[in-house]
Design a protein around this ligand. Structure first.
Ligand code: C2E
Ligand code: MG
Ligand code: MG
Length: 403
């Protein structure tokens, strides 16, 4: 029997969830506060944890951090329950390793769907861990990661880094239109380190400069190889961090990388998160203008999670916006997400921008996106991020989305 631990300080909410879970034949155990919750999780090894965010003394973030540090509970699926829907909370939870977020009040259907999706995902990860490159790594002491990263980069051990490739497909034609490159660090000392840990650390230590030079070079070189091998290579999308694009020679570096690899600019797209763009919007607009005049395409990533004003949106030289995973997840069962996504897609269309939905995992999500005339999708439903050799097979077979 699947065992679910509910950590919730409000008695009526807790009892409600327990009744619901028991009616669905789950074994439900509960804790009225974070401390009891952590102890119970360690004793009982539940299959999944539902945890309230706002609790006195030990709140949901602290519960999650404590559990992620312990071997037995480091990878148990963890869903936050919260009355607050602030984006910062969502981000903080996800960075700590939460798997999902339910905003109270939620319906029975929303709760059960979140639970079943996470249990299915966990079962797939256990069955085939190697294919899930984004399995959450155990949180580690920041200082240890930092010193290891410094040593790795200073010693030029770039073979520990690997670019993964995740296709982006046109929803109407099913054809691949571009591919996003996503870094993985297979540290000999630490094991797999996720980009959510790696990138902020690389940024805050300045190590992002040599690292991002390597990323750009690797992706351009790889695209050149695919073209030379006669494959129908698609533009490679590279994520650009804030510290990286603020470097004085950033635009020159991009131009040099293209010419060094004899690559037409149409084969490169640069992704800037909405938060990065809004950090210093006027300066970034100048940089983006320069990049655009090179012929490189520009995407605003994680759209909906920052706070760009519509006035700026008109001025930012964009080609594409990517609607953040958060809005897509369970879109078909969440009226608010649906309304927001619909508005974002419409706005993109009105501004003549291509709209890509990120994190599409289910056919139901895809169907809605198709109805909303979203241009393209990226997500596990079509493909996980793949190693270059596996992605090359996809290029060779010209795999399309057939749903
Ligand atoms: P992002 O650019 O928004 O990338 C999309 C993230 O969503 C990736 O996480 C990808 O693996 C994940 N994803 C794709 N499809 C699905 C899906 O169907 N469901 C779910 N739940 N997730 C999906 P990843 O690879 O862990 O990267 C996280 C973030 O780290 C990226 O977000 C990006 O901001 C940053 N990052 C990754 N690689 C690089 C890089 O080479 N350079 C820089 N500067 N940042 C990078
Ligand atoms: Mg991206
Ligand atoms: Mg994104």
């Amino acid at each position: 029997m699947t065992k679910i631990l509910v950590i919730e300080d409000e008695e009526s909410v807790r009892e409600n969830i327990l009744d619901l879970l028991e009616a669905e034949d789950f074994e439900a155990i509960s804790a009225p506060n974070g401390k009891v919750g952590v102890d119970l999780a360690l004793e009982e090894s539940p299959d999944l944890i539902l945890c309230d965010l706002m609790m006195p003394e030990i709140n949901g973030f602290a519960v999650l951090s404590l559990l992620r540090e312990k071997f037995n509970t480091s990878s148990v699926p963890f869903i936050f329950l919260t009355a607050r829907s602030a984006k910062a909370d969502f981000r903080q939870g996800m960075e700590l390793g939460a798997d999902d977020y339910l905003t109270k009040p939620f319906t029975r259907g929303e709760l059960l769907s979140a639970i079943s999706t996470r249990l299915e995902r966990q079962a797939a990860i256990i069955k085939n861990p190697a294919s899930h490159a984004d399995v959450k790594a155990y949180p580690r002491e920041m200082r240890v990661i930092e010193s290891t990263l410094r040593r790795t980069i200073e010693q030029g051990n770039f073979h520990e880094f690997q670019m993964y490739y995740q296709p982006i497909v046109d929803i109407k034609t099913g054809k691949m239109i571009s591919v996003e490159s996503l870094i993985r660090w297979w540290s000999t000392k630490l094991g797999l380190v996720s980009p959510a840990e790696l990138i902020p650390l690389a940024e805050s230590t300045g190590l992002i400069v040599p690292l991002s030079d390597w990323i750009l070079e690797t992706v351009c070189k790889q695209t050149r190889i695919w073209l030379d091998n006669g494959l129908e290579a698609v533009p490679g999308c590279v994520n650009i961090s804030a510290a990286q694009c603020m470097q004085p020679l950033f635009v020159e570096k991009v131009a040099n990388c293209l010419s060094k690899n004899n690559l037409e600019p149409k084969y490169l797209e640069l992704e800037f998160s909405e938060t990065t763009i809004m950090q210093d919007v006027n300066k970034i607009i100048d940089i983006l203008q320069e990049l655009k005049s090179l012929g490189v395409k520009i995407t605003m990533d994680d759209f909906g999670t920052g706070n760009s004003s519509l006035i700026y949106l008109k001025r930012i030289p964009l080609n594409t916006i990517k609607v953040d995973n958060y809005f897509i997840y369970n879109l078909h069962q969440d009226g608010q997400k649906l309304a927001i996504t619909k508005a974002l897609i419409q706005m993109g269309q009105n501004l003549n921008l291509k709209v890509v939905a990120e994190g599409v995992e289910t056919v139901s999500e895809l169907k809605i996106l198709r109805d909303l005339r979203c241009h393209a999708m990226q997500g596990f439903l079509f493909s996980q991020p793949l190693q270059s050799a596996d992605f090359e097979q996809m290029l060779i077979s010209k795999q399309t989305l057939n749903i």
